[in-house]
Structures are given as structure tokens and as C-alpha cells.
Write a protein that binds this ligand. Structure first.
Ligand code: FES
Ligand code: FES
Length: 162
């Protein structure tokens, strides 16, 4: 059995320790720590359900080893806001029907956050490209694009900065 090592991951601004063997993925480590808001789908980089921000960039956490994320800022969907102070993306997905079963939603929101942070006024093509690694079997995608567009507009109107 490979030897386990205790690593520290900074998740949503808080340091958390976890003991992992070298082959443990970031997805597995996050869920073992109770971050079940990070969803486990294909575990091979196809569905995007497991996406988190690592230093502001949306990555599939099933494709990254946990130890590689030491020293980085990891953000999950719950790190963007609170139920009584939701992020504009949370609010827009809820308002505009971008959530149905919800399984893809955490990954979609993280991919959308990464997009809006670098492109505050994304076109539909920009959204299609940025979210192309995130699969949804419920919504048909139109409502998701409407939600991302609305959130971006609200953030521009509020003068929100990444
Ligand atoms: S679970 Fe990571 S991409 Fe599907
Ligand atoms: S809302 Fe069900 S998979 Fe997207």
C-alpha cells in the first residue's frame, strides 16, 4: 500500500488537513473532508461535475492529485456565497431555471465564475466554449446560458470585481 501523507488544503479560505496516499485525487480528498458540494460524476474528466477553482481557474478535481493542490486556493460552489447572501451566479441559476436535478450545477457555476472573472461580458459563444466541459442532462443548456448571462449583467451593474 502506498504511504499516506498529511497535507494541508486551503478550501474556501480555510486550511484543512487530510491524510492521503499519493494517488488520491483532489475530488476524493475534498469529499472525504465533507465537501460533498463537489460532485462526483465520471471521474475521468468528461462531465465537469467535479469542477472547482484552483487559484481562480476552473479545473476538474477528478483529474488533479490532492497533493498537487497544496499551497493553492481552492474554491468550491459553497465558497462563493451563503444562503442569505448568495453569489449572483447562485441567484441567477435559481431565478432562471438553470437548476433542475442540480447535479451538474456546482461544476457549471465554477466554470461560469472562472469565465466571468476573465470576461465580464461573455457572448453566447464564449459561454458555450467555457462550459463545453460541463455536461447537463436536464436543462437543455439554454436556461444555464441565460443564467450565466444574467449573473454577468448583474455583476457588471453592481461593479463586482473578481
Ligand atoms: S467527475 Fe470529474 S469530470 Fe466528471
Ligand atoms: S440540472 Fe440535472 S444534470 Fe444539469
Amino acid at each position: 500500500m502506498p504511504k499516506e501523507k498529511t497535507i494541508t488544503l486551503c478550501i474556501n479560505g480555510r486550511d484543512e488537513e487530510v491524510s492521503v496516499p499519493p494517488h488520491r485525487t483532489l475530488l476524493e480528498a475534498l469529499r472525504a473532508l465533507g465537501h460533498v458540494e463537489v460532485k462526483c460524476g465520471c471521474e475521468k474528466g468528461d462531465c465537469g461535475a467535479c469542477a472547482v477553482l484552483v487559484d481562480g481557474v476552473a479545473l476538474d478535481s477528478c483529474l488533479m492529485l490532492a497533493w498537487m493542490a497544496e499551497g493553492s486556493q481552492i474554491t468550491t460552489v459553497t465558497g462563493l456565497g451563503e444562503p442569505d447572501a448568495p453569489h449572483p451566479l447562485h441567484q441567477a441559476f435559481a431565478d432562471l431555471g438553470g437548476v433542475q436535478c442540480g447535479y451538474c450545477t456546482p461544476g457549471m457555476i465554477m466554470a461560469a465564475k472562472s469565465l466571468i472573472d476573465r470576461n465580464p461580458d461573455p457572448s453566447e459563444d464564449d459561454m458555450r466554449t467555457a462550459l463545453s466541459g460541463n455536461l447537463c442532462r436536464c436543462t437543455g443548456y439554454t436556461k444555464i446560458f441565460e443564467a450565466v448571462s444574467a449573473a454577468a449583467a448583474r455583476m457588471r451593474a453592481n461593479g463586482d470585481r473578481p
